[in-house]
Ligand binder design. Structure first.
Ligand code: AMP
Length: 591
């Protein structure tokens, strides 16, 4: 396929947020694809060159891209910078500059998708001395052979600012339409993707071997499995009504990791499937000592623990262990404990389909006693009172709450299901749970806050059915001065001249940003709101109103462990809103 065809579709997709239209366009692209191209096409649609766990990221610096534009358009770099400053968007600047190129183009060799992907891959993997020049050359080679409108897409892609609102779910829909003519294959494709975290691989298999092969996909060490997520209910009583006799585990507020072992190799992945092994030499050493299996994939929560006081550290302290430098020093200062809670694969066998009780029993047999790895503390509860007692005990030992687990459920990769139900402690006058919201813009601030250039942020919940971010809160409280400056710097790198296509908002912040970063927020309650878009049309009797957080307060820093799509969903917010109403009418408080 020629790149120009793909770029034409990408441009169209930048202008629409209708999931149906996007699916339709994508399915057409897949129909046109040639053998061997499918995998790369899917990665390009995802805006990546390789799945997250391979750690190959494009992210070319704007300055370098400008040098490429300058070379291929024959314009001076200062002129490109001028256009950029005026337009506020490098892709547009490239389009304008290339439209007025001064260098004669004699015979243009239109690049194929294959060629463009190849250059992107080389840009992403170039390292060492001379790599900057190489990147500039690779991009300008592409720009030189493309039309001006394609230049826009190329530059947005390499600088990570493509605006297509196409999420994984839409790509999966499109793959199903392409292979079956309808959504019939969606669930099988999604399951395979959740198992292997590589949609390109699944698409290629679908293309070459058909849906039956996709159905047979099972876990494989070093392909991280997308994590199962927890639902929430407001009380032990309701949890028990839903699950009956169930397992109850402490909820540790650290970070979730997935450990993979095979052939003597050990890797650790984050909940976003990034490889983070190098950050945790202490856990790697403990896996060698304590895990009695040749091949395994298991999950747990790593949390900093103080032996002196015998208490768990708060998330803000634990997260300091996620770092690239001075790893050993921090490991000595903040030793981690890993509370293992899930077994997904062991010695060639897929455990994801087995019931929880079997998975956990096998995990227990596999992890030997030791200093670093322990099983998550758990009980089997036969009454709501037992759940409550364990909840109280967990909270008083410094945990966030509990997670109840369905004893018979399989591991539901990549989905939020009632197989796991969380119950968190609530303080007086606060929601029982914090929310993770995506930042979609910021305000410059008034009074003494103008000095930092940022006085508050506009945040949104995620509507995963439409791949759209809907606003829920303006947050101006809970920031330290240092944070305000830091947030501004981080957000300026992803600012957008106009409202990003994926954002649904009535409010206009001073600066829009692409939904990329997530923050945790606490609030007193969820209220109906005339100005926010989260929940609009979905509250019975109040269809014109949305939902907002009352007195939202920032908790901690930007959550580097979550991506925008991991933000609390609109559906969850609606559930929390109705639980809160329910609670307000209950005679006694929690549980
Ligand atoms: P939340 O992020 O609030 O939706 O809660 C789910 C998260 O709790 C999981 O992604 C884990 O990181 C964490 N967690 C802590 N303890 C456990 C546990 N015992 N079982 C499962 N998840 C846990």
């Amino acid at each position: 396929m020629r790149f120009s065809e793909l770029a034409r579709v990408f441009r169209k997709m930048e202008d629409t947020s209708s999931r149906l239209a996007l699916t339709d366009e994508l399915a057409k692209v897949f129909k046109e694809s040639e053998p061997g191209e499918m995998r790369k096409l899917v990665y390009l649609c995802q805006g990546i060159v390789k799945p997250a766990h391979e750690g190959i990221e494009l992210g070319m610096a704007g300055k370098l891209a400008m040098r490429s534009i300058s070379i291929s358009s024959g314009k001076k770099q200062e002129d490109i910078e001028k256009i950029y400053r005026k337009e506020g968007d490098l892709g547009l600047a490239a389009e304008i500059a290339m439209g007025k190129r001064t260098q004669g183009v004699l015979v243009r060799q239109e690049p194929s998708v294959e060629k463009v992907y190849g250059n992107f891959y080389k840009i992403a993997t170039a390292g060492g001395s001379g790599s900057q020049d190489l990147k500039v050359k690779l991009l300008s080679e592409l720009l030189g052979s493309c039309e001006a409108e394609e230049a826009r897409i190329l530059v947005r892609f390499v600088t990570g600012s493509l605006r297509m609102g196409v999420g994984d779910a839409t790509i999966i829909d499109a793959l199903s339409y392409w292979a079956a003519g309808d959504k019939r294959f969606h669930d099988d494709i999604a399951r395979a993707y959740n198992m292997r975290g590589d949609l390109g691989l699944v698409a290629e298999l679908l293309f070459s071997k058909g849906i039956e092969a996709v159905k047979r996909i099972s876990p494989e060490p070093f392909d991280p499995i997308r994590p199962a997520l927890a639902e929430r209910l407001p009380s032990a009583k309701e949890i028990f009504e839903r699950l009956g006799k169930c397992a109850v585990e402490g909820k540790y507020d650290g970070f979730r990791i997935q450990v993979h072992v095979k052939g003597g190799r050990i890797e650790i992945y984050s909940r976003r499937q990034e490889k983070i092994t190098h950050m945790f030499p202490d856990i790697v050493a403990a896996v060698k000592k304590q895990v009695k299996a040749k091949e395994i994939i298991f999950e747990g929560e790593a949390i900093a623990y103080s032996d002196e006081t015998g208490t768990f550290q708060p998330f803000q302290v634990t997260i300091q262990r996620k770092r690239k430098h001075e790893v050993e020093e921090k490991a000595a200062e903040l030793p981690l404990k890993l509370f293992a809670f899930e077994l997904l694969f062991i010695d060639g066998k897929d455990y994801t389909q087995k019931p929880y009780r079997e998975r956990v029993e096998k995990l227990r047999q596999t992890i030997a006693a030791g200093d670093t790895i322990d099983l998550a503390h758990r009980i089997t509860a036969s009454t709501p009172e037992e759940i409550n007692a364990f909840f109280d005990e967990s909270v008083s030992s410094g945990l966030e709450g509990i997670i109840a687990k369905d004893l018979e459920a399989p591991y539901v990769a990549g989905a939020r299901k009632f197989a796991w139900i969380k119950l968190k402690k609530s303080y007086k006058g606060e929601l029982t749970d914090t929310l993770d919201v995506a930042i979609v813009g910021y305000y410059r601030g008034k009074g003494n806050r103008t000095e930092f250039g940022l006085g508050g942020i506009l945040t949104a919940a995620y509507d995963d059915s439409k791949n759209v971010f809907k606003t829920i809160a303006k947050i101006g409280t809970g920031f330290s001065e240092e944070q305000m400056a830091q947030f501004k710097k981080t957000l300026d790198e992803i600012k957008s001249k106009d409202r990003p296509a994926q954002v649904d908002s009535v409010l206009e912040p001073d600066v829009w940003v692409k939904p990329k970063y997530v923050v945790t927020v606490n609030a007193d309650e969820i209220t109906r709101s005339p100005t926010h878009t989260c929940g609009i049309g979905k509250i019975k009797g109040h269809e014109n109103e949305g939902l907002a957080l009352r007195f939202p307060r920032l908790v901690g820093d930007i959550r580097t462990d979550k991506s925008a799509e991991d933000a609390t969903t609109e559906k969850e917010v609606l559930e929390m809103f109705s639980m809160q109403k329910q609670k307000a009418t209950e005679p006694s408080g929690q549980a």
